[in-house]
Write a protein that binds this ligand. Structure first.
Ligand code: SF4
Ligand code: SF4
Length: 337
């Protein structure tokens, strides 16, 4: 276990919550210090990390998320585009491991996700993703037999009142997702599935209160058996200023954005393919739109090889120090390369 994992472990979160809270809120001071000495580390970015956003549509409305500000048309990636993306990525020698987490959206809103998981399996490509689990039911068997390595299930709380408030969902939806999560864990456990499961809480209550509640449910038994691990997020990103402290509730707080951004952000070395075929640097954050200056091409017009070798990617990395993309200006998710 790394020191970072230890500091953000559920043990520390539940017994010494102020420590990860302070670290999470102010670790950008370290970024600032590193930034003083940062220079572009690689002039020629390489394709070593791919995320395919199968949709930009979400079925929740979390208070800490910029989903409600996205102005783009909501879309689902076609299977043909998904196949083309993966095939061309593998032809270029890409790793047999990709991410499927949408920048904004949930994978299970995509009615064709099972077919896409089948295709990944046929190519022996492994994947991981976050999901709010609101539509996980109906896909459980598919996941068990898939090449999903790690599934992060994000929710706010085990108490329906807080869960529905933070996720902007009905109490019925919150109750159903808890039942679905339990059903999923039962299946992972009984099938001895080789899938890592993490419950990522985005709570407004203190972590120990949630853990105390969990001990009264069958979830605790699965936790003790090692079927899943968990973490708690107290510190949130500002999404370039769209999310304000006043949006958050309870223990939630905003991270201090780094002030010095001299070296290119680490996220600029990741390609994220959007449902409309746009190939965008950074699958992490956006401002109102994903059709911005980080888009370096579109797979409906060019091949991945052409897009990757175009000068646009190189230019964004090279110019970052003096002319960073507008979306990066006030982004608190910045991490120096
Ligand atoms: S955080 Fe995830 S689940 Fe919540 S609104 Fe944003 S995209 Fe949807
Ligand atoms: S600073 Fe923010 S928006 Fe810019 S690349 Fe990094 S994570 Fe993405």
């Amino acid at each position: 276990m790394t020191i970072k994992n230890l500091l953000y472990s559920h043990f520390i979160e539940s017994h010494f919550p102020s420590l990860p809270r302070l670290l999470g809120k102010y670790n950008s001071l370290l970024e600032d210090f590193i930034g003083l000495f940062a220079f572009p580390s690689r002039d020629k970015p390489e394709l070593d990390c791919l995320n395919i956003s199968v949709t930009n549509t979400c079925n929740a409305n979390c208070i800490f998320c910029a989903n409600r500000y996205l102005k783009d048309k909501r879309e689902i990636m076609s299977f043909d585009l998904f196949k083309k993306t993966l095939d061309e990525y593998l032809e270029l020698g890409g790793k047999k491991e990709i991410g499927l987490t949408p920048t904004l959206g949930d994978v299970f809103v995509d009615p064709g996700i099972d077919k896409k998981l089948d295709y990944l399996k046929s190519k022996e490509v492994h994947c991981s993703f976050y999901t709010n689990a609101l539509r996980l039911d109906g896909h459980i068997d598919k996941i068990i037999e898939s090449t999903v390595d790690h599934i992060f299930i994000d929710l706010a709380d085990l108490d329906t009142k807080y869960d529905s408030l933070v996720y902007g969902i009905s109490k019925e939806a919150s109750i159903k997702r808890k039942q679905t999560i339990l059903k999923f864990l039962e299946k992972v456990s009984s099938e001895k599935a080789n899938i890592k499961v993490t419950l990522s809480f985005r709570p407004m209550r203190k972590p120990y209160e949630i853990i105390n509640d969990m001990k009264k449910t069958p979830l605790w038994g699965y936790y003790k058996k090692g079927v899943f691990d968990m973490n708690f997020l107290q510190v949130y990103d500002n999404w370039g200023g769209m999310i304000k402290e006043s949006d958050l509730k309870g223990i939630q707080t905003l991270k201090r954005p780094p002030k010095i951004k001299r070296g290119p952000c680490n996220a600029l070395y990741t390609l994220s393919v959007q449902p409309n075929g746009d190939v965008r640097l950074c699958g992490c954050r956006c401002l109102n739109t994903l059709k911005d200056e980080l888009v370096i091409g579109n797979l409906n017009k060019s091949s991945l090889k052409e897009i990757v070798s175009s000068r646009k990617w190189k230019k964004i990395i090279r110019d970052f120090r003096y002319s960073p993309p507008r979306v990066c200006d006030n982004c608190s998710f910045y991490r120096a390369k």
